[in-house]
Design a protein. Sequence first.
Length: 201
Amino acid sequence: MSHLRRRRIIKPTAVVDLDGVIADYFPVFEQKFNKEFNTDISKIETDKHDIFELLRTKYGVGPFNAFLQEFEREGNLRTLDVLPYAKEFLGQLDQSGHRILALTARPESTEQDTQYWLENNELPYHELAFRRHKADHLRYRMAMGWPNIKFMIEDNATTANKVAEIGINSYLLNMPYNQEQTHESVIRVNSLQEVLNHEIK
């Protein structure tokens, strides 16, 4: 009789942002916002890390937050398009043995709509978490012994920087609004395929 125990295989965790990486959020948001405020936000300089902060400053925190809450209550998150290649990207992560953590800065009040969108579009994932401060959440997981967080893909430069600072491979999907300086360990990519090229050998 063998006294050898089978070692538990711990899958590497891929942390994936939703809006701007998997979900085509901004065109729908832009259309609704322009109609509500009679404006054209495409003309606003978007070389900052967070267009939302620019809009809060320009239109006021109260009006902006009220609009955002109504935008979410209307069910817009259920009907977003899936960005090109996103489904294939998640599928290849899943097939290559990764555990997929979908980590979004959306409020927890959007959980039902977010789950509906993921499942209605048949997007593979293993866990869904709602955290505005994503790097802090990942740091906490690591401190609690969560194993093998391999990488994160983001479109927010500030978040990508903070994730890189805690020693996780951090990919930043190049966008016009995230062109500020980044941490030396952040890897800028122009497509999700580039992430796979780095992470799946």
